[in-house]
Design a protein around this ligand. Sequence first.
Ligand code: HEM
Ligand code: HEM
Length: 234
Amino acid sequence: MACDPRGNRGICLRLARSARAATKQQRCESADAGEMDCASKVHPLKLNRMPVRNTTARWGAVSQTLHWVVVALIITQFVLINLELDLPLGAAKLALLAKHKSVGITILMLAAVRLIWRWLNPSPLLPDTLKAYERAIAYVSNTSLYVLMFAMPLTGWMMSSARNFPVSWFNLIQLPDLVAPDRELYRFLHETHETLAWMLVAVAGLHVLGALKHHFLLKDDVLRRMLPFTRTPR
Ligand code: HEM
Ligand code: HEM
């Protein structure tokens, strides 16, 4: 809008103010911001505009969403199966088991997307202060969680095939059988699935303790950089 000083003075003042703000924002975003007071005048959410991709300093929106959605689905799996195991054989039990299978297949698909996204993106670096054994623990536990996110659904799927029960994804897509019906194999896979579930509980428990230790004892950014709407360096 053009500014005619003989007309509305308010518009002229507002235009001048927004031009000054735009110039300041440009300078703040450029390398020569120097000692300028940039942070205090910008809305806090703008400081933290969430990047979609990861950087070496924080997880991007895609990784964070995948992480927390999968956490919620894994918790759902334990709730569903505990409800199912308490029921006598009947329609309600089978319906819960079908939901458990569909949610499990969803976890399998998201784990694949997550791994591909991880390969295509940088991962945030661990703090320099970590000792070699702490880095090793972080590496082994993250790798084990990935292995379990694949192994749990695959053993469940194979177990259902071995029992000659078809697996569908929310009744929308019928999935192929992974193995031929086999009673012995079914029993073995059932036990494996159960053991892996306990391993998942143990490793995820350690993982959570690690995240809390970083936040409350080491007071670094490791937990914050996996949480949306938090302040960390880019
Ligand atoms: C991350 C994904 C999954 C988790 C965390 C999970 C977890 C569990 C747990 C804790 C049990 C109970 C074991 C027991 O005490 O007997 C179980 C049982 C079972 N799961 Fe999964 N599961 C997952 C994926 C799947 C998938 C994808 C399928 C099939 C496509 C499946 C099929 C089954 C079956 C058939 C049982 C036995 C139920 C029964 O004995 O009545 N699971 N699962
Ligand atoms: C079943 C539950 C969980 C699974 C399977 C899981 C899995 C993972 C995996 C595989 C990573 C590696 C990063 C990636 O590639 O995405 C990761 C990172 C992370 N997780 Fe979890 N997670 C679980 C629960 C939690 C919970 C409850 C918390 C919070 C207390 C948490 C906090 C974190 C943090 C802070 C990171 C980033 C670590 C870093 O920056 O180095 N996770 N998680």
